[in-house]
Design a protein around this ligand. Structure first.
Ligand code: SF4
Ligand code: SF4
Length: 135
């Protein structure tokens, strides 16, 4: 059993397609939707965690790619720039996953990438542009 967090960007023609349903039904995968921004007639963006056998994950990703879905690993997307961070803590209450964590003793922020669901809420919240995302 493997787990993979991926970002799917798909064109408007695929926005109303039951893509995740096919991943579950045809490739025996478990899908956990971490973040979704889907607007009818516009581009859609889904952040999902896929669990299943490696072979099925690879086949499922190939199926998405053949459909025209752009696929990127989630790990690349959010970057915390430690050198820009002033540890002002403005992002702490905003982060829903605990990826931006505060050491209350030292009053220092850290970024725990594995917890990040790329919701992007912290980006406008940071006054020092210490966090950015690249899709
Ligand atoms: S994008 Fe920012 S707010 Fe969202 S989970 Fe990741 S670190 Fe937290
Ligand atoms: S809002 Fe920006 S500067 Fe403030 S603690 Fe968070 S990452 Fe650091």
């Amino acid at each position: 059993m493997q787990k993979k967090r991926i970002v799917l960007t798909f064109p408007s023609s695929l926005v109303d397609q039951p893509i995740t349903y096919h991943l579950v039904k045809d490739y025996n995968l478990m899908i956990n939707i971490l973040s979704a921004k889907v607007t009818p007639r516009e581009e859609g963006k889904l952040v999902i965690e896929v669990s299943g056998k490696k072979k099925f994950i690879d086949e499922g990703i190939q199926y998405l790619s053949n459909l025209g879905v752009n696929i990127q690993p989630l790990a690349k997307d959010i970057t915390w720039h430690k050198e820009k961070c002033t540890h002002c803590t403005a992002c702490i209450t905003i982060c829903p996953s605990g990826a931006l964590a505060l050491d209350r003793k030292e009053m220092l922020i850290s970024f725990i990438k594995d917890r990040c669901i790329a919701c992007e809420l912290c980006i406008p919240a940071c006054p020092y542009e210490a966090i950015n995302i690249q899709f």
